[in-house]
Design a protein around this ligand. Structure first.
Ligand SMILES: Nc1ncnc2c1ncn2[C@@H]1O[C@H](COP(=O)(O)OP(=O)(O)O)[C@@H](O)[C@H]1O
Ligand SMILES: [Mg+2]
Length: 429
């Protein structure tokens, strides 16, 4: 892709309506654009990142045995009424098929999906007859809607946002526990691959009527909205919402007693995933059962596993950026290389730029080529802001020596490399 052809442009100033770092940088760099509070449009560079993140998640969920489906966003009222969440879920967008979104209490008969337990449970239960049909696991990656009261954190808290939601169905608790533990490992792999592995903690959070806790994956950053307490020398933490519950904490840290709070380190963090043992919370209201070996009807045991790809994208920006802009890990960067032509219009530099662009493409290295007629200063600043992992700088001085300059965005290190060995620099040859 040539920067001169890209539909978006960078801007020096970020909009005053954006207070969060992720929204400021992503908007300035033209990755996303705000339509209204908590609602973003993904532009070419931003969509490439989002798609890469979603593909990493997709690969890991497939490896775990999840089968991808796509459920509707528009839901009828009835399943939500059945579980009681029609009235209790305050973030639920309720609509009327008469038209328009109406206030709670009026005759709404539709909802915009904020999560899909109410839809997936009867859907899958319809295909489960006997114990032989279990376990089974489905997931989707989809746009969700929640009427969040304070959508001020850019991609971290959208009213419309992307979610991967997975649901597992089992004959018994042991089987659920086993799958749940494997899901923890798969989740960790996703954060690892997205460059957040070393700062994402498995965090105990409140459960519900059927399990003592749920587990959140919390990414440490000073701007996070959640407060968690890290258990020293572990990759584990406890969410503030349960840290005051002595019994719960004792369960997590054996021998824990009042006064021991001092050993817990308080941190701010972003919840990038949440997994939950539902057990029969949803199979009960929907009468979701299977027949066991003895021909008896038993409730299906369920787990639910959420993860937010768009929030993850915002979290990567919050964690991996500096004063100059974003720093994408190679795994999710929109392009691996930013090729900078310092003297567009000079025939030999243009020829080298075009040649490198083609040769990099030929070996599968995706390149964003800055061929614009702008000053070197503007180009360097823009490329730093865009945050591609590598910059390759071609100019008349290097050309005379037969070299290009290669800069690694993460540490700013520069080296001169001969034109011939540039390709092997990226292929590791
Ligand atoms: N408003 C939102 N904007 C972006 N991502 C979200 C939002 N709400 C939830 N997510 C993502 O989806 C995952 C599953 O959501 P869930 O745990 O149901 O949300 P909550 O904890 O807000 O009830 C979260 O861990 C987070 O990664
Ligand atoms: Mg959650």
């Amino acid at each position: 892709m040539r920067l001169s052809r890209l539909v978006t442009h960078t801007s020096k100033e970020s909009s005053r309506s954006e207070v969060s770092l992720n929204a400021q940088l992503l908007t300035r760099a033209g990755y996303v654009s705000r339509l209204m509070a908590g609602v973003y449009q993904f532009l070419p560079l931003g969509l490439r990142v989002l798609t890469r993140i979603e593909n990493i998640i997709r690969e890991e969920m497939n490896a775990l045995g999840g089968q991808e489906i796509l459920m509707p966003t528009l839901h009828p009222r009835e399943p939500w009424a059945k579980t009681g969440r029609w009235d209790t879920l305050d973030v639920l967008y309720r609509l009327s098929s008469e038209g328009g979104v109406v206030a709670p209490g009026t005759a709404c008969d539709l909802a915009l999906g904020p999560t899909h337990e109410e839809i997936v449970t009867p859907l899958v239960a319809g295909f489960v007859h006997s114990y032989r049909d279990l376990p089974t696991v489905v997931y989707q990656i989809q746009t969700k809607f929640r009427n969040e009261p304070r959508p001020k954190s850019g991609l971290l808290r959208g009213r419309e946002f992307r979610m991967k939601d997975m649901y597992s169905f089992h004959t018994n608790q042991d089987d659920l526990d086993d799958f749940y533990n494997r899901a923890v490992v798969a989740y960790r792999r996703v954060y690892e691959r997205c460059g957040l592995g070393d700062r994402t903690l498995l965090t105990y959070a409140s459960g519900g009527s059927f399990s003592r806790y749920s587990h959140e994956f919390q990414t440490l950053t000073p701007y996070g909205e959640d407060t968690i307490y890290r258990i020293p020398d572990t990759e584990l933490a406890i969410n503030r919402e349960i840290v005051g519950d002595l019994d719960a904490v004792r369960d997590i840290i054996p021998g824990y007693k009042p006064g021991d709070e001092k050993m817990l380190q308080e941190h701010k963090a972003i919840e990038v995933g949440n997994i939950f043992k539902l057990v029969t919370r949803f199979s009960d209201p929907f009468g979701a059962t299977y027949t066991d070996r003895d021909g008896e009807r038993c409730p299906i045991i369920m787990g639910t596993y959420g993860m937010g790809p768009s929030r993850l994208m915002g979290a990567i920006v919050e964690c991996l950026s500096d004063d100059h802009g974003m720093i994408w890990p190679e795994s999710v960067a929109p392009y691996r290389v930013g090729l900078i032509n310092l003297k567009p219009g000079a025939a030999d530099v243009d020829a080298l730029g075009a040649d490198l662009e083609q040769r990099l493409a030929a070996i599968g290295i995706e390149t964003l080529y800055d061929d614009r007629t702008e000053s070197a200063g503007v180009k360097f600043a823009d490329m730093d802001l865009l945050g591609l992992p590598w910059q390759v700088i071609v100019g008349p001085r290097g050309l005379a020596k037969g070299v290009v300059e290669v800069k690694k965005r993460a540490d700013g290190q520069r080296q001169e490399i001969s034109v011939e060995s540039l390709l092997s620099h990226f292929t590791g040859g």
